[in-house]
Design a protein around this ligand. Structure first.
Ligand SMILES: [Zn+2]
Ligand SMILES: [Zn+2]
Length: 415
């Protein structure tokens, strides 16, 4: 293998599930819908975890991962009711009232301490039984490992946030002098826990443009990372970039081009998430981005395994029926579920092998609900972005339309 020496470790070999399931079979079309990035009162969200899980279940999600900053929902945690109220973004019924109304007085635990009323936050083990049902709904433990890269010239540091999905024990954040070293330190901690526990886990790098903390070139270098957010519903993460810096989708193409053309490493898979914090009005709300995972079962291990194999797509509102790639003909096909009144623009995007070719070039564009593309012979990889004509129902940026993004294919032959 033309891989880095790091890949010779068994744990890294596991992480690089080498795209074995890129060709979808029509007879097994089950996609599970889930969001892997959500915040609750356990860190800086403004609702109780049960209320958030309840919301996702009501919206038809199959799985949800609450991913609070540097903490898991375990142990005894109390919070002043005033502090809960202070997180309210808009007037009206607040978290406490809604929590009592939904779960009842006996479920909601309060106490008086130092002259203040406090409310207890439920642990995952306490509340999961109220929601989970085999094959129907699953809660996956997760953490947003919220690290910092920091140098003398930037003493406050910049954020390196990585979500670990299906984590077993809390992982401490890292502080290193560069973004690359910080990402690598965190990912090695995840791999170590995965190795020790034998529990399949995945780590996705979050919102690289948040505070403009991490560049595509840096992400490309850290080949231990296999997942990056290409859409994050938080309005403050510079999804579209700015005049001089690329947006999240372009970062994905830049990083994958470097990996495939220069490093001979596997590409990153793209993830869409909510990163929701506000549940009673406010800008950072849920329901904006998710993944659709074609897993053998609605179980954490099966979901992680399928995602590592690239057997999923990212969505902010477009639902796909099927993604098919034939490596021998390099034909990539997609068909989708049509919403009344909507049309769909499907773009085949990738980069050619020649060093001076444009990165993230649109090779071809077609309108329709079922399209086929032939990936150019000299393409390092190809992927499809589908953009609906209809607006996103809860946009995180101006003019946002519903979209879906398939994973890169055709790269195994070109590495
Ligand atoms: Zn974050
Ligand atoms: Zn977050």
């Amino acid at each position: 293998m033309k891989f880095f020496t790091a890949l010779h470790s068994p744990a890294l070999g596991l992480l690089f599930g080498l795209g074995s399931a890129l060709t979808c079979q029509a007879e097994d079309p089950t996609y599970y819908r889930g969001n892997t990035h959500t915040h609750s009162l356990w860190s800086d969200g403004n609702d109780f975890p049960e209320m958030i899980v309840d919301w996702y279940q009501q919206q038809g999600y199959d799985f949800i991962a609450l991913s609070d900053h540097n903490i898991l929902a375990e142990g005894d945690k109390w919070m002043a009711v005033e502090a809960v109220k202070s997180r309210q973004k808009v007037p009206g019924a607040g978290a406490m009232e809604k929590y009592r109304a939904r779960f009842g007085e006996t479920w909601v635990k309060t106490r008086e301490k130092d002259g203040k009323t406090e409310v207890r936050l439920s642990t995952l083990e306490e509340y999961r039984g109220r929601f989970e049902k085999p094959g129907e709904f699953l809660i996956v433990p997760a953490e947003e490992i919220s690290s910092t890269w920091r140098t003398a010239s930037a003493p406050k540091g910049l954020p390196v946030h990585i979500n670990v999905v299906n984590v077993k024990e809390v992982i401490k954040p890292a502080i290193r002098p560069t973004a690359v070293e910080t990402m690598r330190a965190v990912l090695l901690s995840v791999l170590e826990q995965e190795r020790v526990t034998g529990q399949p886990m995945l780590a996705h790098l979050n919102h690289p443009n948040f505070q403009w903390a991490i560049t595509a070139e840096e992400i490309a270098q850290v080949v231990e990372e296999r997942f990056v957010e290409i859409y994050n519903g938080h309005p403050g993460v510079h999804h579209l970039g700015d005049a001089t810096r690329p947006g999240q989708e372009k970062i994905w193409d830049i990083a994958n081009t470097i990996r495939l053309r220069d490093l001979h490493a596997a590409p990153l898979w793209g993830v869409a998430t909510d990163d929701s914090h506000n549940y009673h009005g406010g800008e950072v709300s849920p329901g904006r981005g998710w993944v659709m995972v074609r897993a053998a079962a609605l179980e954490a291990g099966a979901l992680v395994t399928a995602m590592k194999a690239g057997d999923f797509y990212a969505s902010s509102g477009v639902t796909l029926r099927e993604i098919r790639f034939d490596p021998s003909t390099r034909r990539l096909s997609v068909s989708l579920v049509v919403e009344p009144g909507a049309t769909y623009r499907c773009e085949l995007i990738g980069t050619r092998r020649a060093a001076d070719s444009p990165v993230g070039e649109v090779f071809a564009s077609k309108t329709g609900a079922s399209v086929d593309f032939d990936l150019p012979e000299d393409a390092l990889y190809g992927r499809i972005t589908i953009t609906a004509s209809v607006p996103h129902g809860n946009p995180s940026f101006e003019g946002q339309k519903k979209q879906a993004w398939t994973q890169p294919v055709g790269w195994e032959q070109t590495r």
